[in-house]
Design a protein around this ligand. Structure first.
Ligand SMILES: Cc1ncc(COP(=O)(O)O)c(C=O)c1O
Length: 389
């Protein structure tokens, strides 16, 4: 991978040390230009002019194709969404829930997993079982705890492919093996997965898989994708509806609900410029190569964890060994609150990172455009803060 050529295309790399892709990634110049070109074309040549409108529609078609290519699915298994959270809502609120249905989640989850699950408890009396995992829980232990939590009432196992809180990569394949034959639905939040690790829906075979465009894919905010297994589309009811949610309607009040088509979920008026940017962002990722990206990210984050572990007073809380590792590195500094460390990283070292609140830690995200020098720079900065917390 030609990292210098990649960095040359990402203006943020020339201005600062950006270690916060897990929140939002800095877009390459091509993505920004694609958005601007589409916006200009629509505005200057008339958004509903036949040619302009057709070009906008083509961006939508391409966006679906690109999303499908990225995760090895087909376009008719993809809904274009505004975010991971929107995709999760389409699934959770589109299924029929009964009182006593059980959903298994864990304590390390993002609120986009936790809150929509708890709302199902509030509305329908579904039971949310929250498993208690250590920040770097071993895969074997995760699988055995899930196995022990499954009952005849278990309807769904719902988890983030990579936990935002500690970077723990979950044993998605093992969870699928445990749920598939029992007819337990598997919903995966891949806000931290797409663009970070290589994805293959044919191999993983989830029921539902939701991802973001604005994080590791370096795309515009307001873009995301949702994979829905084809045979499950009919049982999902669109919560927000538009004309597309009916297969037939007239002005006399006659209608038929759409059931089979995945097009029943999006509502009206997508932003063509954003999707033009998304297409470019996914291409940027595919050009670098998802497997190569995953490998490079792990090599940078492994180096960071090794270096940080040698600093007195610093504790790395994310997994340091085994298949639970990812590009997210969480750490604590003795005597310093995470928000203060994050502020000092920016004010004193020109490094962007974030804090996470449960378990409390500073989080560094290493993306494929980051360098070994930036890893060392972050280590030195944390070292300096640890010396005078
Ligand atoms: C695991 C996880 N889920 C969901 C989200 C929310 O993503 P989005 O804004 O695309 O809905 C995030 C954002 O950080 C996340 O880390």
């Amino acid at each position: 991978m030609d990292v210098e050529a990649i960095r040359a295309q990402i203006p943020a790399c020339q201005r600062l040390t950006y270690l916060n892709t897990g929140w939002q990634g800095p877009s390459p110049r091509g993505v920004v230009e694609a958005v601007m070109e589409c916006m200009e074309y629509e505005s200057f040549d008339g958004p509903t002019t036949r040619e302009v409108f057709a070009a906008g529609r083509l961006h939508m078609v391409k966006a679906k194709e690109q999303a499908a290519r990225l995760i090895n699915a087909t376009p008719d298994e993809i809904v274009l969404t505004s975010s991971t959270t929107e995709g999760l809502n389409i699934i959770l609120n589109g299924l029929d829930w009964n009182e006593g249905d059980e959903i298994i989640v864990c304590n390390l989850e993002h609120m986009s997993v936790m809150v929509p699950s708890l709302v199902l408890n509030h509305r329908f009396g579904a039971q949310v079982k929250v498993l208690q995992f250590a920040p770097a829980e071993e895969h074997e232990s995760i699988l055995s705890q899930i196995e022990a939590a499954i009952t005849p009432r278990t309807r769904m196992v719902f988890f983030s492919h990579i936990q935002y809180s500690t970077g723990l990569r979950m044993p998605a394949e093992g969870i699928r093996a445990m749920t598939k034959d029992r007819g337990i639905l598997m919903l995966v939040d891949s806000a931290q997965g797409a663009g970070h690790i290589a994805l293959d829906m044919r191999k993983l075979d989830p029921d539902f898989y939701s991802f973001s465009g604005q994080k590791w894919l370096l795309g515009p905010s307001g873009t995301g994708g949702l994979f829905v297994r084809r045979d499950l589309v009919p049982q999902l009811k669109p919560v927000r509806v538009s004309s597309r949610s009916t297969s037939f309607h007239d002005h006399l009040g006659n209608y038929e609900m759409e059931t089979d088509s995945i097009e029943k979920f999006p509502t009206t008026n997508p932003s063509h410029p954003l999707w033009a940017g998304f297409v470019d962002a996914v291409q940027f990722n595919l050009n670098a190569g998802p497997a190569e990206i995953e490998e490079r990210i792990l090599s940078l984050s492994d180096a960071s964890k090794r270096q940080l572990s040698d600093i007195p007073g610093v504790q790395v809380t994310s997994p340091t060994e085994g298949p639970g590792r990812s590009g997210l590195v969480t750490l604590t500094v003795e005597g310093a609150e995470p928000p203060n460390v994050v502020d000092r990283m920016w004010d004193e070292h020109n490094i962007v990172c974030r804090q996470v609140s449960y378990p409390p830690a500073v989080r560094l995200s290493f993306s494929f455009f980051n360098t070994e020098q930036e890893v060392a720079k972050a280590t030195a900065a944390i070292g300096a803060i640890a010396k005078s917390p």
